[in-house]
Each structure stands twice: as C-alpha cells, then as structure tokens.
Design a protein around this ligand. Structure first.
Ligand SMILES: C[S@@+](CC[C@H](N)C(=O)[O-])C[C@H]1O[C@@H](n2cnc3c(N)ncnc32)[C@H](O)[C@@H]1O
Length: 297
C-alpha cells in the first residue's frame, strides 16, 4: 500500500490535461474592506515568503486508515486537539488519502484537503472562494495559522450571508481565538477577490468548491460566468509554486456546463507555466471531480 509522493504525482499527471497560450498579468487593486463583526482587518499581512513547492510527506500510516470512520475531520485533528481533551486521530498522509480515494474510501474533498498540505505552509496567504459551511475554511486555517510566524491568512468568501454565519460559528467552535484572527470572512462574489487581497501579497492557494450550499437553497449555485471571472482573478493573484484547487459537481442543473467551462479554462493554460490535472471517477458519472491548476516555479 506504500506509494511515494513521486508515484502519486506520476499517476495524477497521467490522468490529466495541458496546452495552449495565455499570459499572466498582475495588475491588482489595493483595497481593504468591509465592516462586520466577522471581518478582520487585512493590513499587515504582506511579505509572503517563497517556499519550495513540494515538501517531504509525513510518515505513511497503516492500511486501517482507509476505514470509513476516518473522515474529513482527520485533516484537522492535529490542530484542533490543542483546544480539546479528546485524543487526536493521527493525521493521514497524502498517500493514504489518495489510496483511500482510489479504493473508494475517501471523498474528492478529502483528496483536495490532502493535496493542499503539499503546497501550503504556516504563514501563507490563501483564499477560500466558496466558504459555504466552512469545512474548507477550517482546514485552511489549520494549515496557515501559526502565531509564531508573521502572516498566515485565509480570505474566505461567499455570496450568502448564511454561509458566512455558519462558517463563523464553525470557526469559533473549532479554533482558538488566536487562530480565529487569521481568517477574514467576506460577503462578496469571488470574481472580485482582487479587491480584498492586498496587491503586494502572493497567494499560495485558491480553493473553489463549486455548486450549491449543502442544506441550503439549490438556486444559489456558482455560475459559469462568474466562476470563469473568478478563475481568471485567481490566476492573476496566485504565486509561482501555488495551486488553484477546484472541486466541481455535475449532478445539478448547470453543473455540467460549469465543469466544461472549468475544464476548457484549464486546458488553455500554457504548459510551460502550468500543470493542469483532473481526477475523475469514470464509472460514477455524477461524482465530483477534482481539477488542480499548479503554477510552476
Ligand atoms: C459547495 S458550497 C461550498 C462548500 C464549502 N466550501 C464547505 O466547505 O462547506 C458552494 C458555495 O459557493 C457559494 N457561491 C455561489 N456563487 C458564489 C460566488 N459568485 N462567489 C462566492 N461564493 C459563491 C454558495 O453560496 C455556496 O455556499
């Protein structure tokens, strides 16, 4: 069951797509914003350090880690353990999660969370472009927040107030007050992300979890037109060595068109600057897909 990081990388590359030409611009407006109790000041989070894009994976665990009992929470257990007396479940390695996905025991969102760990370090600036119920935001805070290092910032946005409220509650329950300060919740369309991220900040990861809010109104879904604008913006703010991570769903009205738009966007990124990968369940046509856009160093 052991598999090296390189082997996983190779598998992913075989499943994937590339091509064409485009230019990356970085004209970004300097604008800080919003007044709400959930929103922190964005000042003072510049000077992002550049890190190697791939770090050595943590030690591989035993095959029992594929049990369906180990859920998305395993991603965050190590940090949340600091706030509770419950013994922490050992965090799974990226290889374990990828193998769990291949053997039908892990979900697309868990694979995405796991891959983020290869790109993001404490002190990084990241964007959750669709915060929804806050699970992705929480995982991101646990990756970047560290009070011993200057920086570490999550910009989490959604067009629904209820999403920000749910996310805020989850963060309050799961994080220490110091960790909580690393998140800025923003009621806005992700196509405007450049208006809130300071222009001198290089973003390490932009996360999209498309579709509708689980348990919410299915009419309030992400839409191809604004998702495309947001992907263009994400491309501009992303640092070299950074990743755009997209989980895309095709089972709802408009989902297939949105997926095709994302796939076309990825396929047109220039191969000399980008590595674009798709993970797809071939015999589950409506299963979510993971699309990863890695900006080369
Ligand atoms: C699948 S949910 C996200 C799940 C979330 N990441 C989580 O961990 O719970 C998709 C979210 O995208 C939001 N959304 C839709 N259009 C948006 C837009 N233009 N900008 C930002 N968020 C949007 C929806 O309101 C919904 O909450």
């Amino acid at each position: 069951m052991m598999m090296s990081g390189l082997a996983i990388h190779n598998i992913m590359m075989r499943i994937c797509c590339h091509t064409a030409t485009a230019t990356i611009t970085s004209s970004r407006r300097h604008l800080f914003s919003k007044s709400s109790s959930n929103i922190q000041s964005a000042s003072g989070w510049g000077n992002l350090k550049r890190f190697p894009s791939l770090r050595p994976p943590p030690p591989t665990l035993l095959p029992h880690c594929f049990s369906s009992a180990s859920s998305l929470s395993s991603i965050t257990d190590a940090s949340s353990a600091a706030t509770t007396s419950t013994p922490a479940t050992p965090a799974l390695s990226e290889e374990d999660v990828m193998m769990g996905y291949v053997f039908g025991k892990k979900k697309a969102t868990q694979v995405a969370h796991s891959l983020w760990k290869r790109v993001v370090q404490k002190g990084d600036v990241v964007i959750d472009a669709t915060c929804g119920n806050g699970h992705d935001t929480l995982a991101l805070v646990n990756l970047v927040a560290d009070n011993t290092i200057h920086g570490g910032r999550v910009y989490a946005m959604d067009i629904q107030k209820v999403s920000l409220e749910t996310t805020s509650l989850l963060l309050d329950q799961s994080l220490t007050p110091d960790q909580r300060k690393h998140v800025e919740l923003l009621l806005m369309c992700h196509s405007k992300m450049e208006e809130v991220v300071p222009s001198d900040v290089a973003v390490r990861l932009v996360v999209f979890n498309l579709g509708y809010l689980p348990g919410g109104q299915k009419a309030l879904i992400t839409r191809s037109e604004t998702t495309l604008l947001a992907l263009e913006a994400a491309k501009r703010v992303l640092a070299p060595g950074g990743l755009i991570s997209i989980v895309v769903y095709v089972g709802h009205p408009g989902g297939r068109e949105e997926f095709e738009m994302v796939q076309a966007f990825a396929s047109e990124l220039p191969v000399q600057n980008w590595v674009c990968t798709k993970l797809q369940m071939l015999n589950r046509p409506s299963a979510p897909m993971i699309i990863l856009l890695y900006r080369r160093w």
